[in-house]
Design a protein around this ligand. Structure first.
Ligand code: HEC
Ligand code: HEC
Ligand SMILES: [Cu+2]
Length: 476
């Protein structure tokens, strides 16, 4: 047979390889933010080493088998016009024993280090300093982050100290998600109702990309997050800052935006977990919102939403999707679907259902969120003057109401999340109103879900604030 004709199809194959192989090899670029080769911590290191070990075994097997194949094809090919059959062989015990035993050894050689690594990585080592605990709860399509015992809650951006072991406790609020920070550790699936756990350590300061690696619905591909590893002192400064009050708003837009936020956004988002009781209550609050959603999922107006406390200190928006800046935040508040199709905020939040946000509103809300940052560590913190100082009791009560309650209650007759509060004094006395606020589950209003109204107001509102609030509610 003509050797040139035999090789002709191979030429186009060669061309294909020259074009495609570099494209595939780009995926191995260690500098890529999601590369599993450019590792930055011991867990990912061990996993990458294991992969490389198995890879080289596979290369040796490939070269030997493929070599024998190619050798046989060329050496024993049909030549000229010789039509006689080659020697026929049936069975070769020696060869068969060899090619059964050799793979057994190869598989054992792979199994030993694999099982070793699986067991080593089940938990963070106990002999390498204190382990930082972080709770992560996955939602369609964002991440709730809690530092238990620290009174710190945030969303979508996880800060960790470099060089310290971290133990993530992973949970889901709805469907199956998967937690994955390629440069730090392999992925772990999060099954609702089943608490998972993942150890991790970052050995370099830096920002590491993370993302949900399980198809979890419409916006799955845009369910990302960031892990930022910082020097331990810097990390501690951040934890402390998350417990300090926000700076006073300066621009007129931001001040107007604060009221708009209380009316339109605070039913789902909280901005006040810098106060310990609110931070400790945040999980219960979100669980309540989830119940309200399930209770009435056809026309619910609430759903668990990312915590926005000191939001302006974050780098990203939309669950790690885009950089946080004025242009992007304006885009998000104008139309969240324009940034992230399928997100629940656009579907459920009243202002989008009613199409009621004006461009002025958007500008003011943006200004407000971009001023949400903590006061400096050395700032003198004025003791809380109780409901904003001057004015009459009902005026101070109205301000407390706008900041804490107006997202869920109207002052008229209409239902928002909770009942409209007009005529409340005809439904009960002072003691009833007080109890409704500090212990919402004591009496649950007919036709409304229990455990949705946050139980923490008794702890976060001062006695004066509560009295003023009750005076205001009685005036409705
Ligand atoms: C029905 C509940 C709900 C209401 C009301 C709501 N949001 Fe949201 N919001 C969400 C949810 C859910 C997300 C997460 C979306 C995602 O990433 O998939 C979100 C995300 C955000 C984010 C991005 C947070 C992050 O870390 O990526 C911002 C900013 C935001 N909302 C601002 C607002 C503003 C401003 C309003 C009022 C105009 C508002 N939200 C009203 C549910 C709500
Ligand atoms: C996340 C939504 C939410 C927030 C925020 C909230 N509530 Fe409620 N509230 C509810 C729901 C739901 C009910 C009805 C179920 C129940 O009784 O617990 C309710 C019930 C009440 C009742 C009883 C009403 C009646 O008709 O008898 C009062 C009073 C009340 N809330 C006051 C407040 C005040 C004051 C605040 C702010 C400090 C507040 N709520 C914040 C959801 C909320
Ligand atoms: Cu997911």
């Amino acid at each position: 047979m003509n050797l040139r004709r035999l090789l002709r199809p191979a030429r186009s194959r060669l061309l294909f390889l020259i074009l495609v192989v570099p494209a595939i090899l780009v995926a191995c670029n260690e500098g890529d933010p999601q590369s599993t080769f450019g590792t930055s911590g011991p867990i990912a290191d061990a996993q990458a080493d294991l992969f490389i070990f198995i890879f080289w075994i596979a290369v040796v097997v490939f070269v030997l088998v493929e070599g024998a194949l190619i050798y046989s094809i060329i050496r024993f090919r049909r030549r000229g016009s010789d039509d006689s059959l080659p020697v026929q062989v049936h069975g070769n015990t020696k060869l068969e024993v060899i090619w059964t035993i050799v793979p057994v050894f190869i598989l054992v050689a792979i199994a030993i280090p694999t099982i070793q690594v699986i067991y080593e990585q089940r938990e963070p080592p106990t002999d390498q300093g204190p382990v930082l605990e972080i709770k992560v709860r996955a939602h369609q399509w964002w991440w709730e982050i809690e530092y238990p015992g620290e009174d710190v809650v945030t969303a979508n951006e996880i800060r960790i100290p470099v060089g310290q072991w971290v133990n993530f406790t992973l949970n889901s609020d709805d469907v199956i998600h998967s937690f994955w920070v390629p440069k730090l550790a392999g992925k772990v699936d999060i099954i609702p109702g089943d608490v998972r756990q993942l150890a991790m350590r970052a050995d370099e300061v830096g920002v590491f990309f993370g993302q949900c690696a399980e198809f979890c619905g419409e916006a799955h591909a845009k369910m990302r997050f960031r892990v930022r590893a910082e020097e331990p002192e810097q990390f501690q400064d951040w934890l402390d800052s998350m417990r300090r009050p926000p700076v006073e708003l300066v621009s007129a837009d931001a001040i107007a935006g604060q009221t708009l936020f209380a009316q339109n956004c605070s039913s789902c988002h909280s901005t006040n977990t810098w106060q310990g009781p609110n931070a400790r209550n945040e999980r219960t609050r979100l669980a309540g919102l989830r119940l309200a959603f399930l209770d009435n999922f056809k026309d619910t107006v609430v759903i668990p939403a990312p915590n926005l406390t000191h939001f302006a200190t974050r780098d990203t928006l939309g669950a790690g999707l885009i950089e946080l800046n004025e242009t992007n935040l304006t885009r998000w508040i104008t139309d969240p679907d324009d940034v992230k199709e399928g997100n629940r905020m656009k579907d459920l939040a009243t202002p989008y259902r009613n199409n009621s946000l004006t461009s002025d509103d958007v500008r003011q809300l943006t200004a407000y969120l971009l001023e949400l940052k903590p006061v400096a560590a050395d700032a003198v913190i004025e003791p809380d003057s109780g409901g904003g100082g001057g004015g009459s009791a009902t005026e101070r009560g109205a301000a407390t109401f706008a900041a804490n309650c107006s997202g869920c209650h109207s002052t008229g007759d209409n239902r928002v999340v909770g009942p409209g509060l007009a005529g409340l004094s005809s439904r009960g006395d002072d003691a009833y109103i007080r109890e409704s606020i500090v212990e919402p589950n004591a009496v649950v209003v007919d036709g409304f879900p229990a455990s949705v109204m946050p139980p923490g107001f008794g702890a976060t509102l001062s006695a004066d604030e509560l009295n003023d609030l009750i005076a205001y509610l009685k005036s409705l």
